[in-house]
Design a protein around this ligand. Structure first.
Ligand code: ZN
Length: 243
């Protein structure tokens, strides 16, 4: 039996405490819905961590035992300690996978890893989102059809100020006419990064079977390979005689 993939589902967790409409959708926090789904998948074990825990729940010990971290934040991006941001960035460069969900596009963590403003257009109008699979060969699209739809979501529109993704898996279309790169893959150091757009807090998006499937697929994709390559900058001895 192979070792399970160890996932930490991180959530800011503020809307669920202060906003009745969100509490109604996610009474125990959206992180529990995501973690419960992942814990039901073979070969995955998930735990949760939130902003209000000591060290935001992202201690050295937790990160050392995390293969893939998922990140949701919105109103309290600035409350994430810079030292924790640097700690997580180092773990990504060392190989930990990380999945950014929805409004995590504007988190310090995502901006730290992208190096751009990560701005986009947005609108809260409960409109339909259609996510087109533009790379059906990609493992994150496994089990999906040509597209899937969410009946009510917040709109995110281009231009999304990110570096050109290494692979693009989804493009969203919104009822109001905008399009958006909604499934973007990157590599930074040894770590794989996936940005997945849906997940506005007032909609039951993380209960959606297709959304859950994508998150599960992304966890498997982002899991670090077992290799011993160390990224460092040593003074290196020549392998062949030089004279
Ligand atoms: Zn939102």
């Amino acid at each position: 039996m192979t070792t399970p993939i160890r996932v930490t589902v991180w959530n800011e967790g503020r809307h669920e405490q202060t906003h009745d409409a969100v509490k109604a959708v996610y009474p125990n926090g959206m992180h529990t819905v995501i973690a419960d789904y992942l814990n039901g998948q073979p070969g995955i074990t998930a735990r949760t961590a939130t902003l209000d825990m000591p060290e935001h729940g992202l201690t050295e010990e937790v990160l050392a035992n995390t293969d893939v971290l998922t990140w949701w934040g919105h109103v309290a991006h600035d409350e994430v300690d810079d030292a924790i941001i640097e700690r997580v960035a180092q773990r990504v460069w060392d190989g930990m996978g990380i999945i950014f969900l929805h409004s995590a596009h504007f988190s310090k963590m995502f901006k730290r890893l992208m190096g751009t403003s990560c701005q986009l257009k947005w609108r809260e109008a409960n409109e339909k989102e259609r996510l087109w699979v533009v790379d059906p060969t990609h493992p994150i699209a496994a089990g999906l059809g040509d597209y899937f739809e969410l009946p009510h979501e917040e709109m995110y529109g281009e231009m999304f100020d990110i570096p050109v993704p290494d692979q693009l898996v989804f493009i969203s279309w919104f009822q109001g006419g905008e399009v958006f790169r909604s499934g973007c893959c990157f590599t930074r150091g040894k770590g794989k990064i996936f940005y997945f757009r849906p997940g506005h807090e007032t909609h039951p998006t993380y209960y959606d079977a297709n959304v859950q499937r994508v998150i599960g697929n992304a966890v498997r994709w982002a899991t670090p390979p077992q290799n011993s390559v160390v990224i460092a900058s040593p003074c290196y001895q020549a392998l062949e005689p030089l004279e």
